[in-house]
Design a binder for this molecule. Structure first.
Ligand SMILES: O=C(O)CCC(=O)C(=O)O
Ligand SMILES: [Fe+2]
Length: 307
């Protein structure tokens, strides 16, 4: 498989419009610029200390986060992931706002999502046989299949910040199908249907601290980890212009107007994303699910299993 063509950029020269046109952009060393040197790595090691032991954390400090699966089993890796998520959540929005502030004028208003994804992908053998029990962690501990994010709940004009905490190798990173971008792909819910042209897949390679930006509506999947190292990535999302949603999305998430955060009007920050067809469709889905549940709860089975 070929390596993805990555366009290098500085934060101060980055244009999200180009990312939404399909460009794959990398900002080298962005994580340190956005958080202060080593902050996220320290949070990762602190999570290992809490979830495993100080000894395990010392070992990873010496040998690299990529060795997590050597000191932890599937259950413990999950505990480290959850702990890092808990530690990063309070500051993750600040990181995204700093990112937005570091950009040159973008020509459109930016809207920020509360999304935080802590994605720790150990070599396949470390999670083999645990797929069912860890199915809620698809995309976070277990590989996700080919998808675009707007089939789930994000906006179609959403940009992914995919930040490498560890080294990302071709054999444990992300697969993208750039030629499928903005093609009318056939899908059932969040599952890509087979037998349609999606073009050639590409893989990515990053150094710890690099930030990859890609349109959430690129067709992408976890590259199943066939390598010898654990890969750690943290993701955040923001929208270029008012959020717009996929007509057949399976969910909906708000995007916030950053000008209203930290003001007395902060409750109105999601308003722009709530005044969308996407939100109306979500309300209809919620109503339908509620009705189905109610119907089920009043259907009393007749004796003998007859209905
Ligand atoms: O990191 C991964 O393996 C999946 C990432 C992904 O699907 C996303 O960031 O939307
Ligand atoms: Fe995704």
């Amino acid at each position: 498989m070929a390596l993805a063509p990555l366009h290098e950029s500085l934060l101060g020269e980055l244009h999200l419009r180009q990312v939404l046109e399909g460009r794959l952009v990398v900002v080298r060393g962005a994580l340190d610029q956005l958080t202060g040197r080593g902050t996220v790595r320290r949070a990762a090691l602190a999570s290992v200390t809490s979830a495993l032991s100080p000894h395990a954390s010392d070992r990873l400090a010496e040998q690299g986060l990529e060795h997590l699966h050597r000191v932890a089993g599937a259950e413990q890796i999950r505990a480290v992931r959850d702990e890092l998520d808990r530690r990063l959540r309070p500051t993750a929005q600040r990181l995204l706002l700093r990112f937005a502030q570091a950009l040159p004028p973008q020509g459109r208003r930016l809207y920020v999502s509360d999304h935080l994804g802590v994605r720790i992908m150990p070599p396949q053998a470390a999670v083999r046989g645990r797929e069912e029990e860890l199915s809620n962690y698809t995309g976070f501990l277990l590989p996700s299949q080919a998808h675009t994010d707007s089939w789930f709940n994000t906006a179609v004009n959403s940009v992914n910040l995919w930040m490498a905490l560890s080294r990302v190798r071709r054999d444990n990173g992300l697969t993208l199908w750039p030629q499928a971008y903005r093609r009318p792909l056939r899908h059932e819910g969040v599952r890509l249907l087979p037998d349609q042209p999606i073009g050639d897949p590409v893989e990515v390679e990053l150094e710890p601290g690099d930030l990859l930006l890609f349109a959430g509506d690129h067709l992408h999947a976890t590259r199943p980890n066939t390598g010898p190292q654990t890969r750690w990535v943290v993701t955040k999302r923001l929208c270029w212009g008012p959020p717009r949603y996929h007509p057949r999305a399976t969910g909906w998430v708000p995007y916030l107007d950053p000008r209203l955060l930290d003001t007395p009007l902060h409750a109105l920050a999601p308003l722009r994303s709530a005044l969308t067809l996407g939100r109306l469709r979500q309300l209809a889905r919620d109503r339908d699910r509620l009705l189905t549940r109610l119907r089920r709860s009043v259907t009393v089975p007749l004796p003998g299993g007859r209905r």
